[in-house]
Ligand binder design. Structure first.
Ligand code: ADP
Ligand code: MG
Length: 569
């Protein structure tokens, strides 16, 4: 450094913070420790909102959810080896869900790690992250920080979004360079997620297939919600006049009570449709890979919009692939269709509508019962109303029965107001997602949690209380995983493998951190507690006692459990 005065210097810490700020990063989801403790402090000092969690996995889930909600990479920051590995689950989850996220982890001395000489928290993190991320980079020199951050941001948000790992050896942070040179080395990413337009032939082909449909169906996926092309998607769906099914995080893209919404007639439309138009949804396990009993015997023509060309024909042949971003593809289709579109016949749309009305009617009667102990439906009748009264609130949801039943009962009226377990069906996203929802949207958050799911992330209620976030947590407490009435098959005195301490007082955990904890056993008590919590914005945990006999194994996906022929003999 020679004679350079200290004020003319910058260092790795500040270059990294400046590079993030230059690219619009406002929030970091963090767990401090060696070597990134000061990085978090300085970032906070420079005006970035740094939220520190109790566990990296929740910080990572928050960053992933932030990516989905904002279309910008959510940033998670962790320590080396174990902290990095904890955050990696969330990075892989973001990649699997096609959400932009950057995991920034400190790492140990490269020279020691590479010779495997046993450094503090030694691990070759870059190699481990690579297969779980869309891209993975390491920065070794202060003058490369600007380019390294630019590459991470562009990789996360362009094309199909995903998780990016950025490896920051501790030694990099302390490296110094001339402040002016440093400022010049930073890169503001121009047009990080460029539009992808579909070709005219592809558009014409898609219009042809859609025109030929007698019993068409649209499936909206969370890619369509992510794209923030809300008005265009709505215009296309309404112009076409097809019944549509929203995948769980696409709920609210059009309001769930929309006359074309076929959620309550899911079995009918999947079986009988002759043409299925996928918009930002994959034909993966969540849709039975587009085949099997639920899809019936009617041969299907598929039309699909996706930004990722390799997604086409992944499970079924796609008759009309439209590769491009949702906004550009939907606009191109609307332009090609023009004014004279012939909506599908009333035979089809009327039959779907009739089925929806019958099923909604059947469900309504189940939602108002006074069974004692309370069942899921009685509790969900209350929560459905709480969300209907507060359409700006974000619903976070995880569990087995607590997930499946909430998804089908609670209507969502606006886009990106539902965060859940995503493509993996992962448990433990609840509290991280709730923090991100509150921080990124400023709206009240209702987290509906199975008691098991809550256990994977429950310590973050301290985080929620510390930052005084407007989060209401309702624990559907049925004393166990799936059901709370399982028995030890050996007849031994240990509890069954799937049950918890009966009548656990999760509400008292919340009180320990200064939040509000409420114990409820009836729908009326639940309604009062939820209204007070959501309207006051006070961090609140409501322990809703649910019948241990309510619910079923693995919720709606019990068929995915392998069965033992031998054990049942
Ligand atoms: P769901 O689980 O709701 O069905 P998926 O996660 O399976 O949704 O599918 C989302 C799809 O959306 C992914 O294949 C992804 O490539 C695609 N996608 C994400 N963002 C965009 C975008 N802006 N434009 C087009 N497709 C997108
Ligand atoms: Mg349970």
């Amino acid at each position: 450094v020679g004679d350079t005065a200290p004020e003319a210097l910058t260092d790795g810490f500040h270059l990294l913070i400046d590079a993030l700020k230059l690219n619009g990063v406002e929030t970091i989801y963090n767990v401090p420790g060696i070597p990134i403790t000061d990085l978090g402090r300085y970032a906070q000092g420079e005006g970035i909102r740094v939220l520190s969690f109790r566990h990296e996995q929740s910080a990572g889930y928050a960053a992933a959810a932030a990516g989905f909600l904002t279309k910008k990479p959510g940033i998670c920051m962790t320590v080396s080896a174990p902290g990095f590995l904890n955050g990696l689950t969330a990075l892989a989850h973001a990649t699997t869900n096609c959400w932009p996220m950057i995991l920034i982890s400190g790492s140990s001395e490269r020279e020691i790690v590479d010779l495997q000489q046993g450094d503090y928290e030694e691990m070759d993190q870059l190699a481990i992250a690579r297969p779980h991320a869309k891209a993975a980079y390491r920065i070794l020199h202060a003058e490369d920080i600007g380019i390294g951050v630019a590459r991470a941001i562009r990789s996360a948000v362009s094309g199909r979004p995903g998780g990016v790992y950025l490896d920051i050896p501790g030694a990099l942070l302390g490296q110094t360079m001339d402040a002016l040179e440093g400022a010049k080395s930073l890169v503001k990413v121009v047009d990080p997620a460029p539009a992808h337009f579909p070709g005219p032939d592809a558009v014409a082909r898609a219009v042809d297939v859609l025109k030929g449909a007698k019993k068409p169906l649209i499936i909206l996926g969370k890619g369509a919600a992510y794209a923030q092309a809300d008005d265009t998607v709505k215009r296309l769906v309404e112009t076409l006049g097809f019944p549509y099914l929203p995948m769980s995080m696409a709920k609210g893209l059009l309001p769930d009570n929309h006359p074309q919404c076929a959620s309550a007639a899911r079995s009918l439309v999947l079986k009988e449709a002759d043409t299925v138009f996928l918009i930002g949804a994959r034909l993966n396990w969540l849709l039975g890979h587009g085949k099997g009993r639920q899809w019936g015997t009617e041969p299907k023509n598929f039309v699909q919009i996706d930004i990722e060309p390799k997604e086409m024909d992944s499970n079924q042949g796609i008759a009309a692939p439209l590769v491009g971003d949702i906004e550009s593809c939907c606009t191109a289709l609307l332009d090609a269709i023009g004014d004279g579109w012939q909506k599908p016949s009333e035979d089809w749309t009327g039959a779907v509508r009739a089925k929806v009305e019958t099923n909604v009617g059947k469900m309504a009667s189940r939602l108002h019962n006074n069974s004692n102990p309370m069942d899921y439906h009685a509790a969900l009748g209350v929560l459905k109303q709480a969300i209907a009264d507060r359409p700006d609130a974000v619903l976070v949801n995880e569990g087995a029965n607590a997930l499946d039943l909430t998804r089908s009962v609670v209507d969502i009226a606006k886009p990106r107001k539902r965060l859940d377990v995503g493509t993996w069906g992962i448990m433990g996203i609840g509290m991280g997602s709730a923090v991100a929802a509150a921080v990124e949207t400023g709206c009240p958050v209702l987290a509906v949690e199975g008691d098991s799911a809550f256990g994977f992330c429950g310590m973050e209620i301290e985080t929620i209380c510390r930052y005084k976030l407007p989060v209401t947590i309702v624990i559907m407490n049925n004393n166990g995983i799936y059901r709370g009435d399982d028995v030890n098959r050996s007849g031994g005195s240990d509890p069954a493998t799937t049950v918890f301490v009966p009548d656990a007082r999760y509400d008292m955990m919340m009180q320990a951190f200064g939040g509000k904890g409420v114990h409820v056993t009836t729908p009326d008590e639940l309604a009062r507690a939820v209204a007070e919590a959501m309207d006051s914005g006070t961090p609140t945990l409501i322990n809703a006692v649910i019948d241990p006999k309510a619910g079923k194994e693995s919720g709606n996906i019990g068929s995915l459990n392998p069965t033992s022929v031998v054990a049942e003999m």
